[in-house]
Design a protein around this ligand. Sequence first.
Ligand code: CA
Length: 242
Amino acid sequence: MVGFEGWGMSSSLHIAIVEDETFQRRLLSDFLADQGFRVSDFGGGAGLRALLERELPDLVLLDVRLPGEDGFSLARHVRGRGPQVGIMMVSAAGEIVDRVQGLESGADDYVAKPFVARELLARVRSVLRRVRPPAGAARVRMGRCLLDLEQRELRDAGGAPQKLSASEFDLLRIFAAHPHRPLERDWLMQVTSQRERSAFDRAIDLRVTRLRRKIEHNPASPLAIRTVRGVGYMFVPEPGEE
Ligand code: CA
């Protein structure tokens, strides 16, 4: 068994799969096992619930459409067991609503079928890195600042803490978790607005403007949080930071 390279872990990480389609389940299971993960797979929620009674896997991959129970209620059940389990929802292509629902149910990420194996693997690793950060990895460089995900702090190059509201932290955390991915404005709104509800549809834009003043070398031409025309925003890490 190969470990998760660069993690210095002696035992392999455990991924649980819930997928009712046998072929899909075997495909996923074999692929992830080939990548060195320990894999448990189940055709429905009952198997996963039984597993959770015995141990917590590092990550669960949940099919959204399951007979008798949907993936979201399972996701809520898993999240109820602890924040340290990564949750990825697997949905049918084009189900935009699912990913919002998924995130609301406590999922960390979603992937739409059909997926490319390499992309799935990259997303799985990204979620695992977030839920099981290796020492020091809970800090993300964003522009001229360093975001500490555990301390929920933003510090500038000189180490001085920057003021950060809860909603600003949430937004930075989402950006940090999805580097190089254009994130839709509406989606950002949905996943970060639990604390600070605003009917104001420019709330995300204003929050981004405030954040740029804090983290960008030059807020007038932002490089860390870029505008993606017609979509929203994208976090681009500093060169050499990945
Ligand atoms: Ca299904």
